[in-house]
Design a protein around this ligand. Structure first.
Ligand SMILES: Nc1ncnc2c1ncn2[C@@H]1O[C@H](COP(=O)(O)OP(=O)(O)OP(=O)(O)O)[C@@H](O)[C@H]1O
Ligand SMILES: [Mg+2]
Length: 507
């Protein structure tokens, strides 16, 4: 979780700045190697993102619920919690300070050694230095935490692999405690569009969020309040809604009491005429990037990506992308599900996830997929608000709207795989037949020519394929088509077969 939270922040930062991420992660054993796990490890995460302005560093990394992502925008981070909790975990297990080094302007690099004052939810800066940044921006986090690498190495490896699968536009380097380096190289220069900030949709607002907006607003009447603070609410719709809710359009929002706020929020949910949220704010991975990732990490024989049109649930726009890969070197027999939400790999609690439910309902035989077929299914849900079932970002709730979109995308992608497999199957069957004909027809032809006492063999080549070409041997490479009159076999092979025929004749 610690690795993931810090890496996620690095990806978010670089992507929001429109920079192709370059993220370096290193775990170093802090004690002698014969000490057994769990033990202290030093974790370094370094990125080429936009950095953090020095005045924000202590709060961003030393204060819970401090984040730049509270606006409604599609990003991995949501709560202003992850990075700080990771740092806090390091602190409570090893009591060592964290060091944040960052440059936001490329000129000066600032380094903060700090600890978190837990009782006050406040950072304490122990040491601060600065130096030349040499034109590069970015952030580096160094912390010490107690961990059990032996147990977590598999999940960490999986996390990087899956991140590389979906973020094929990034370079990721991971150095493990044994000093082994894994490099996931960028496979495309395409980048997903930067997610745009959006106002909350009236269907997606709760009482607390509404109160927060009331507190911040500078609007003097309810009509302009509605237009200014809500997504796709124009003057006309605002007027109709206020009438529906029984609120005067001229009422100053700051005068609303608790009772009225609850009633308005309730009416916001029920009012049927709000426009659908605009999906232009979403940033899907995109076919090119996802295919590049699948081909790089899974090296399949067949791959396809299906993107669904945007939809919405409870006022939040979302979009589903599904990739299906088949065969190749990396996939094991059976169907493997890779789940992503806003490009985060979800590694735990697979069986509680909506995508798992959808795959459970798929009739694989319909798509010519046998139980041992090596198939990888990638599902990606992107939204300004992912409906995680729990606080951890582990699995997505089975909202009917989302479930339907995933099901439709999976069906379409499977249909394409089905076409590929049935073509492959019938081609294999034809090839098998041709291989058998190829072996026996020349013998039969020669034998029957002899029996009939004739010299010229019948033109049996035509039976072996539309152009009369000889098929490739089973297991061999497909050869170029042979010209019309060419013999089906070379002279030496015919000689051997002739011997067999003679023997057969004798016996
Ligand atoms: N590598 C980084 N580069 C730039 N800014 C960063 C970086 N890491 C953290 N930040 C800033 O620190 C803030 C707090 O990060 P934190 O991980 O605690 O919360 P979050 O990412 O907003 O939400 P979540 O709790 O879902 O992770 C971020 O919102 C961001 O502004
Ligand atoms: Mg975060």
């Amino acid at each position: 979780m610690t690795v993931r939270e810090l890496v996620e922040n690095s990806f978010d930062a670089a992507e929001m700045a429109g920079t192709a991420p370059d993220v370096y992660v290193r775990l170093v054993n802090e004690s002698s190697s014969d000490v057994s796990d769990p033990k202290p490890y030093r974790l370094t995460v370094l990125d080429n993102g936009p950095g953090v302005p020095p005045q924000h560093v202590p709060s961003a990394f030393g204060k819970v619920f401090y984040g730049s992502k509270y606006v409604l925008r599609q990003s991995r981070g949501m709560f202003g919690l992850g990075g700080t909790m990771a740092i806090l975990y390091g602190q409570i297990t090893t009591n060592r300070p964290v060091v944040i080094t960052t440059s936001a302007d490329g000129k000066k690099k600032h380094s903060f050694q700090m600890m978190i004052d837990i009782s006050e939810n406040r950072p304490t800066v122990l040491k601060r230095t600065s130096s030349e940044a040499n034109g590069t921006t970015g952030t580096r986090v160094d912390l010490t935490l107690e961990g059990d690498y032996l147990r977590s190495s598999q999940k960490i490896g999986e996390y990087f692999k899956q991140t590389a699968l979906v973020a094929s536009y990034a370079n990721i380097t991971f150095v493990d405690p044994l000093g082994q380096v894994t490099f996931y190289e960028r496979a495309t220069s395409a980048m997903p569009p930067s997610p745009k900030e959006t106002l909350p949709h009236p269907h997606g607002i709760d009482v607390e969020a509404f109160k927060r907006i009331v507190k911040l607003t500078e609007e003097h009447d309810m009509r302009s309040f509605m237009v200014t603070h809500f997504h796709r609410v124009g003057d006309k719709i605002a007027g109709r809604f206020l009438e529906f809710a029984g609120v005067s359009p001229r009422l100053p929002p700051k005068r609303l009491n608790n009772f009225q706020i609850v009633a308005i929020v309730d009416a916001l949910q029920r009012f049927p005429d709000f426009l659908q949220p605009d999906a232009a704010v979403l940033s899907p991975v995109g076919e090119e990037i996802l295919l590049a990732g699948m081909n790089k990490e899974l090296q399949p024989e067949f791959s396809t990506v299906v993107s669904r049109p945007p939809a919405s649930y409870s006022g939040f726009p979302f979009l589903v992308e599904v990739g299906v890969a088949y065969g190749g070197k990396a996939l094991q027999p059976g169907v493997k599900l890779f789940r992503f939400a806003n490009r985060i790999p979800l590694l735990y609690d697979e069986s509680s996830d909506v995508s798992f439910e959808v795959l459970n309902g798929v009739d694989w035989r319909r798509y010519h997929v046998s139980p041992e077929a090596p198939v990888g299914v990638i599902t990606h849900v992107c939204s300004t608000r992912i409906p995680y079932k729990t606080v951890g970002k582990e699995y997505i709730a089975d909202r009917p709207e989302i479930e339907r979109e995933i099901r439709n995308a999976v069906r379409e992608a499977m249909r394409q795989l089905g076409i590929f497999l049935s073509r492959k199957g019938s081609m294999e069957a034809v090839q098998k037949k041709l291989n058998i004909y190829g072996k026996y027809l020349p013998l039969i032809a020669r034998f029957s020519t002899d029996l009939a006492g004739k010299k010229k063999e019948p033109e049996y080549q035509r039976l072996m394929g539309p152009s009369g070409s000889a098929p490739a041997e089973e297991g061999g490479e497909e050869t170029e088509e042979a010209p019309e009159e060419a013999p089906a076999q070379g002279p030496k092979e015919i000689e051997i077969e002739q011997k067999k025929i003679d023997e057969y004749g004798r016996s």
